[in-house]
Ligand binder design. Structure first.
Ligand code: 6PG
Length: 251
C-alpha cells in the first residue's frame, strides 16, 4: 500500500529551499535517533544545488558523521566532468560538511561497462544498508527531481528500466530514445529501490516543469508517459516541494 502524499507550494524560491532544508535535516535526525544512521540518495541535475548549499551553510543541522550518502542516478562521465552529479554534490555540499569519506558512495563511473557499474552499485547499496534477507534496502530519504517530460532519476518515459522489478540499480544507455540531455550512458536506482524508501521528496521549481507536475499529480494519467507517477513508496511518505511556477495549474 502506498503511503501518504503531500504537496507543498512555496511562492518564494528561498522559502522552497528552506522547506527542503528543514525536511532533509528533520528526516536525518529522526533516522539517526531511530536507527543510528541516516541513508540518503541525493538528486542530480541543477534544482537541488541551492538546497545542498543551504545544508553546507548549516552543517550542525544534519548528523553528517552518521550519514551514508548515495545518488539516485549518475551520468557515466568522470567525477570531475561538468555533467557529473557527484561533482555538483561535492562542490555544493559534501566537501563542506563533516561526512566521513567512507560514507560517501558515488556510482563507480570509472567502470567502463555501465551494466557492471550498475551491478557494483547495487552491491554497495546492499552491503552498506544490509537489509534483512533479500529484502530491498530501505533508504531513509530519496531526493528526486522532475524533468519536463516527467522523468525522475534516470527513469525516462516508456523506457524498459521502468519494468525492472528484480534489481535495485540499472544502466540506461545513451541510445534510450526518450533520454533527455545530457545524452550519455547513465546509472539509475530502479522503482523497487525508490519504492522501498521511507521518505521521498520531489524538489521541483520553474514554469517549464508545470506541465509535468500537473500530469504526474493528476488522479488519472499514463504512468509510462510520466514515469514519476510510478514512484509510490510501499511503506513510505512522498512530499512534493514546488515553487509557484512549477505548481502552475495545480496551485
Ligand atoms: C539527472 C537527474 C534528473 C533531474 C531532472 C531535473 O541526473 O539528470 O537526476 O532526474 O533531477 O532532470 O533536472 P533539473 O533539476 O536540472 O531541472
Amino acid at each position: 500500500m502506498s503511503g501518504d502524499r503531500t504537496v507543498e507550494v512555496h511562492p518564494d524560491p528561498d522559502d522552497l529551499v528552506e522547506a527542503a532544508f528543514a525536511r532533509f535535516s528533520d528526516v536525518a535526525r529522526r533516522s539517526v535517533e531511530a536507527r543510528g544512521r541516516f541513508a540518503v540518495a541525493l538528486a542530480g541535475g541543477s534544482t537541488p544545488r541551492p538546497l545542498y548549499e543551504r545544508l553546507a551553510a548549516r552543517p550542525e543541522a544534519t548528523p553528517w558523521e552518521s550519514t551514508e550518502v548515495f545518488w539516485g542516478d549518475e551520468r557515466c562521465v568522470p567525477p570531475d566532468h561538468d555533467d557529473s552529479n557527484v561533482r555538483m554534490a561535492r562542490e555544493a555540499l559534501l566537501d563542506r560538511v563533516p561526512v566521513p569519506d567512507d560514507r560517501v558512495h558515488p556510482v563507480p563511473t570509472e567502470e567502463p561497462d555501465p551494466e557492471v557499474a550498475a551491478a557494483l552499485y547495487e552491491r554497495t547499496l546492499r552491503r552498506v544498508l544490509a537489509p534483512p534477507g533479500d529484502a530491498a534496502p530501505r533508504l531513509d530519504l530519496v531526493l528526486l527531481g522532475l524533468g519536463p517530460d516527467g522523468h525522475t532519476a534516470s527513469l525516462f518515459p516508456h523506457a524498459s528500466t521502468l519494468e525492472i522489478d528484480d534489481r535495485l540499480v540499472a544502466a540506461v544507455r545513451a541510445s534510450e530514445p526518450t533520454m533527455r540531455p545530457p545524452v550519455v550512458d547513465r546509472i539509475t536506482l530502479t522503482l523497487p529501490a525508490l519504492d522501498a524508501a521511507r521518505f521521498v521528496v520531489f524538489l521541483v521549481a520553474g514554469a517549464e516543469k508545470a506541465g509535468a507536475v500537473t500530469a504526474v499529480l493528476a488522479d488519472d494519467g499514463n504512468d509510462d508517459t510520466w514515469p514519476a507517477r510510478r514512484v509510490r513508496p510501499d511503506d513510505g511518505e512522498t512530499l512534493w516541494l514546488l515553487d509557484e511556477a512549477a505548481a502552475g495549474e495545480i496551485a
